[in-house]
Design a protein around this ligand. Structure first.
Ligand SMILES: Cc1cc2nc3c(=O)[nH]c(=O)nc-3n(C[C@H](O)[C@H](O)[C@H](O)COP(=O)(O)OP(=O)(O)OC[C@H]3O[C@@H](n4cnc5c(N)ncnc54)[C@H](O)[C@@H]3O)c2cc1C
Length: 302
């Protein structure tokens, strides 16, 4: 394995990176979030996104975090929004709120069923039934950039991967201009998905979602609930490290860097990092790949 990707021998291999954060629940978590934002911001992300808690549970906190991003940073914010368990009026109000604070980019999502992933999904009787209905509703309100989700390993609610790609097609037809994938660890899975999507003539960027493994057990649990697979080789890498935080972090940084290097060497240039509100691993991976605070996203020299 070459440790440095092709392009980084002469400059940054990335075309764009984006960082995802979740809205904090406490003053302590807010402090952690903002020290992470301050650490990662100088790398020059294309945008930073803020999630929207299940069923709208973090509506106010998401709005507050976005407001602070707009007021205190030069970062471009993207606001996540789900339509589950809400009327159209309630969702439209959130969109108008985003517009009024200067957000011009929304990550439009259906959202998990109220009873949790894997349980039956029932649209709100007065709401947007699907993510593509939601996109149409958002576009009625304003000229937003729309990102959506994509599932290289199929969403649990989809009858098949092809049915899931049908959903992606509907989202593109409704106005989506970028798709961010659920996290994955086996890059072949991503490229097989990409081939299927491109064979359908879908030509929006499909940006791989990368999750540096802060806590293997937690990540494996989340993967099980969302239909992502955890390869045996990944489990083996974290074996016996539950109580060894230092070694776990070093292994996590190496595993994430190796995944990104392989993606870059196979032609990928855009990345979305699930930060879990922590900067350490994401910063290490970006640094390993040539990004520097004083040289944000320099294009590789010709
Ligand atoms: C990049 C990314 C960011 C995310 N951010 C958040 C967030 O901030 N907050 C949050 O709560 N969740 C978030 N999620 C999780 C997401 O909300 C869940 O995966 C949810 O279950 C699906 O929403 P979606 O927009 O991806 O669904 P879609 O892609 O619209 O649909 C998923 C599958 O379900 C099928 N389907 C859709 N609607 C229906 C319906 N009405 N009846 C039957 N089948 C249907 C589709 O055909 C498709 O195959 C995120 C996921 C990703 C990948």
């Amino acid at each position: 394995m070459t440790f440095l990707p092709r392009a980084s021998r002469s400059g940054s291999p990335f075309r764009s990176v984006s960082f995802e954060f979740f809205p904090p629940k406490s003053a302590e978590m807010e402090a952690t979030l903002w020290s992470s934002i301050e650490r990662l911001a100088p790398l020059g992300p294309t945008f930073v996104s803020v999630t929207y808690g299940a069923g709208g549970s973090t509506r106010e906190r998401t709005h507050a975090t976005l407001t602070r991003l707009v007021r205190e940073t030069a970062l471009k914010p993207a606001a996540h929004l789900t339509c589950v368990a809400a009327t159209r009026e309630e969702v439209d109000e959130v969109v108008e709120g985003y517009r009024d604070i200067g957000v011009r980019h929304i990550v439009a999502l259906r959202g998990d069923p109220v009873a949790g992933p894997g349980t039956p999904y029932a649209p709100h009787p007065g709401g947007y039934a699907t993510s593509w209905d939601l996109i149409a509703g958002i576009r009625e309100i304003g000229d937003f950039e729309i990102s959506v989700s994509a599932y290289p390993e199929k969403h649990p609610d989809a009858a098949s991967l092809d049915a899931d790609i049908d959903a992606l097609q509907r989202k593109v037809d409704a106005g989506a201009t970028r798709a961010i994938t659920q996290f994955f660890f086996d890059n072949d899975v991503f490229f097989r998905f990409l081939d299927k999507v491109q064979a359908r003539g879908i030509d929006i960027p499909i940006v791989p979602g990368i999750v540096p493994v802060q806590n293997f057990k937690q990540t494996a649990g989340f993967a099980a609930r969302t239909g992502a697979s955890v390869p045996a080789w990944l489990a083996a890498r974290f074996e016996g490290l539950d109580d060894d935080v230092q070694t776990r972090k070093l292994v996590a940084a190496a595993v994430a860097a190796e995944q990104v290097i392989d993606l870059i060497d196979r032609g990928v240039e855009d990345f979305h990092f699930y930060t879990m509100n922590r900067a350490d691993l994401v910063y290490a991976v970006c640094h390993l790949l040539g990004m520097r605070a004083d040289r944000p996203l320099q294009r590789a020299a010709a």
